[in-house]
Write a protein that binds this ligand. Sequence first.
Ligand code: CP
Length: 308
Amino acid sequence: MQLSTKHLLGIRDLTREDIQTILTTASQFKEVLQRPVKKVPSLRDITIVNLFFENSTRTRISFELAEKRLSADTISFTAGTSSVKKGETLLDTVNNILSMKVDMVVMRHSSSGAPHFLARHIPAAIINAGDGINEHPTQGLLDAFSMQERFGSLKGLKVAIIGDIMHSRVAMSNIYLLKKMGAEVTVAGPPTLIPVHMKEAFDVRVEYNLRKALEWCDVANVLRIQLERQNQVLFSSLREYSLAYGINRRLLESLNREIVIMHPGPINRGVELDSDVADSGQSIILQQVENGVAVRMAALYLLSPQAS
Ligand code: CP
């Protein structure tokens, strides 16, 4: 089994068949992860570097665990403690690491397009672990895997993506993936946090009224307000945002049916989600995190020399 691309830079570049292959392979790895011995030799003798130029909890640990479960040799790099602080360029940093016989690169970077730049200059396979406001492909894949696991199929599924669409790489990867796989997508949030021409450019519905979006959907994928990426005031206060777009138990119970709640993390509790929703039986947030390991095992394996 092989993908149509050498790198995983974004869902935008994947075919429907690529997505199906990754999700099917992830199911097989999820079965492995239920066994008493969770390790397989699939990536033995493959060396992977995890380059994190931006903070992460879930993605970084999930990739490291996925690599270890596949028996790869791994190195983890954080920009804050590296020679990047002395002025070394991204390309010099990566070429120095690759000269030590590294086969694959997982990279998170605050600049959109950073992994695409690297892919033009280095021979190793690159997996994008989130680049700026562009894409977070493995998050999109693990979200899709979790929805498929819950509902059986993505086709015809109604997914509302709620919150800070403007600054969300998770929203972009989800939209590309869900549309390719036949789901219906609504983006919902304040007009200042939804890019203009969203409907025309991505064939999604746009809804500014939270209740209407929740009444329409099977799944609400709720996003964090990304204050670190906002360089202008786009809403009056977090309290006002929460009053208009925060999801609490009272609101969920007033809907005409039960919906599934997702969130990529980290959660701003009390802003976009109250704890009585995030920790409720309707939330599959921790299943998303669990599924992330199997999905990343699949992506790593399928892009490795071992898969060809
Ligand atoms: N969902 C996600 O990317 O979380 P981290 O920033 O903790 O990796």
